[in-house]
Design a protein around this ligand. Sequence first.
Ligand SMILES: [Zn+2]
Length: 261
Amino acid sequence: MIKGLILLAIILTIGLVGSVGAAGKNQKKNQKIDLLENATQVAPGVFYLGESMNKGKVVDGYAFVHYAKGSKSAARPKPVVDDKVDMYKLLFRGIKWANTMQYEVNPDDSGLGDDAVMTTLGASLDTWDTAITGDFELFGAIGTSDKTFVGYDNTNLVMWDNLGSDGIIAMNSFWFYRTTKEIVESDVVFNMQYNWSLSGESEKMDLQNIATHEFGHNGLADLYVSKSAELTMYGYSGYGETKKQTLGTGDISGIQVLYGE
Ligand SMILES: [Zn+2]
């Protein structure tokens, strides 16, 4: 517990040090943020961030890292036998939101227009919501934000920051109650070191493609077997790719297992 808090404090400190400075944001973003520096990799591309408290209950933090295909630092999972017909994997033991959630978005440093970013992220969220036709809607409204820190702070934030040049396209860090497995926060960071596109341009990362994948981490884990390569929750992406904008059968089955049809 204490150890976990210290770990979190270190992560917080890194974030704060990064965000202070007279020259402001641009100077900050010259420095790579490294949320993973003090985290423990528990599975390929999955990092444990430590524990914290929410309303007197323990929450655990994890991050899913999304790598560019073929990049040096990409997760190299051992081949696994995954003969599930539906091809989805839940986050550990079916971790999910208990209620509709919403994101705050900071489009700074995306290189894209603010309105276009909001519209595109909205489309990515709707893609998942449409698959859930019960009375539970996963995503509520998204609103703009001026927040720049990514960490456990009771805000679901989507933003761009400097995640370095080792092939990390984006990252989703999330926290959930250890006992009930209810998610209490999810933050998505896109790497500003990449050029981002709204139309699948080559040599850029398509925002809707990557965002739809990241939002799937509100219950679904990455897939690395080659037969899942066409699914939204496949663990790698490449330049100009747009196939993750639409869900595959496995993606739909997975989200429906958690949030109802
Ligand atoms: Zn992922």
